[in-house]
Design a protein around this ligand. Structure first.
Ligand code: NZQ
Ligand code: ZN
Length: 384
């Protein structure tokens, strides 16, 4: 196992009715900016629950944060934070609202020029405004991690940053928010969480049985509970297990002390940047290609995934790897997510564009940093 440091300060408040505790967890006297997305919180009662709990605070609202939150929109909130002397950010939404709010928190305190550099140049985040979250969509893990992903529409760039300064002070996870999720967003959440685990697991062995078995337990729980949530949105226990799986998939625990890949995410972000494809759907497209093209490098872990998660025990190594890739792909398709580029009307022209972008950036991705433009071409051509 590799050396590691692990610290996760996010207080998780989990369960039915717990949104009522949001006010009690915000420092007294705070001036709050409540951030939200396109309005789902007004339809499912989450907004009313939040407002009732924070009635004693001075609150200003900032809505309209888009899925794949736009830098252009977030900078308007940054202006508002400065103008109104906001001291606390309360995000109520899915990964996009929470990520966007993390960026607002950092950008409002940024003193080294253009805040875009937080994303473009990974400029250090010295400080950030305190932030708490009410999660409405289990998927990204943003509620309990230090990462955020922001899209700049003007330049079609989707970039990320990480800083412990933007980790939420608390996150409230009430599984009942899932009851109002459309099927598409449940499916996206299952696949995003699944691939988060894979990015931290499907690399090469470093003798880390705790991390491996935690990872496998999350995958198996998603495989078992995900379809239950799809079949019956008001199955509270299934919703709770799905929600906790998604948080555990990307709160740093299973990734501590082990190699990490993230190539699927990095390539997937480009498909969202150029074609607006939902984040999770890009992962369902790219991952089978990564598994296929990197089958030798990932051999031991693909075999382990096949054996322990999918029950693939028979055949030669090559046959078992093929079967494991097939079972993974079929799982994505079984929750309603197509896995090939033509399913999203993406042609080989986009492959050229993405490869050129990676060439210009000049870095390679993957657990061995050996996935560059040539490998990305092979991965994406496998998905045509
Ligand atoms: O905007 P509203 O009206 O709230 O509607 C949203 C949105 O349209 C809707 N929704 C959310 N909760 C709902 C609901 N509808 C009904 N009932 C509810 N309870 O769902 C739609 C999608 O929301 P969004 O927040 O975009 O989805 P998700 O949570 O999947 O977040 C995706 C974003 O997170 C980033 C992605 O790249 C993408 O930008 N990621 C963030 C990560 C992180 N911070 O660690 C890691 C991930 O890999 C990912 O990259
Ligand atoms: Zn993801």
């Amino acid at each position: 196992m590799y050396n590691f440091e692990y610290q996760n300060p996010v207080k998780i408040i989990f369960g039915k009715g717990e949104i009522s505790k949001v006010g009690a967890n915000i420092p007294k006297g705070s001036k709050i900016l409540l951030t939200y997305g396109g309005g789902s919180i007004f339809k499912n009662g989450v907004y009313d629950q939040v407002k009732a709990s924070i009635k004693d605070f001075e609150v200003i609202e900032f809505g309209g944060i888009e899925p794949n939150p736009h830098y252009e929109t977030l900078m308007k909130a940054v202006d508002m934070v400065k103008k109104e002397n906001i001291t606390f950010l309360l995000s109520v939404g899915g990964g996009s609202v929470i990520d966007g709010t993390k960026f607002i928190a950092a950008a409002a305190c940024f003193k080294h020029g253009d805040p875009w550099n937080i994303l473009a140049k990974r400029a250090p985040v010295d400080d950030a405004i305190l932030h708490g979250a009410v999660l409405t969509l289990p998927a990204t893990g943003s509620e309990m991690n230090s990462g955020a992903v922001v899209t700049r529409i003007e330049t079609k760039e989707k970039l990320s940053f990480m800083s412990p300064k933007v980790m939420p002070l608390f996150s409230i996870l009430d599984p009942e928010v899932i009851f109002s999720l459309p099927e598409k967003q449940v499916a996206n959440g299952i696949v995003d969480a699944f691939v988060h685990v894979i990015e931290q697991y499907l690399t090469f062995p470093v003798d880390s049985p705790i991390q491996d078995r935690f990872a496998e337990s999350i995958l198996k729980t998603l495989i078992e509970e995900g379809p239950k949530v799809l079949a019956n949105r008001t199955d509270y226990n299934a919703a709770a297990n799905f929600m906790w799986s998604a948080t555990m998939a990307l709160n740093g625990l299973i990734g501590a002390g082990v190699p990490q890949d993230w190539a699927t995410h990095m390539i997937g972000h480009e498909l969202t940047a150029y074609h607006g494809i939902d984040h999770a759907r890009t992962l369902a497209i790219v991952l089978p290609g990564v598994m296929h093209i990197k089958r030798e490098q990932k051999k031991d872990k693909i075999l382990q995934l096949g054996e322990r998660v999918w029950g693939v025990l028979d055949g030669t190594d090559d046959e078992r790897i093929n079967e494991t890739i097939l079972k993974t792909t079929k799982f994505f398709e079984s929750v309603g997510i197509p896995t090939k580029l033509p399913d999203y009307s993406v042609t080989s022209e986009t492959i050229d564009t993405i490869c050129t972008r990676f060439k210009n950036r000049g870095y390679k991705v993957g657990e061995k940093a050996n996935i560059g433009p040539n490998e990305i071409r092979l991965i994406l051509e496998d998905r045509l």
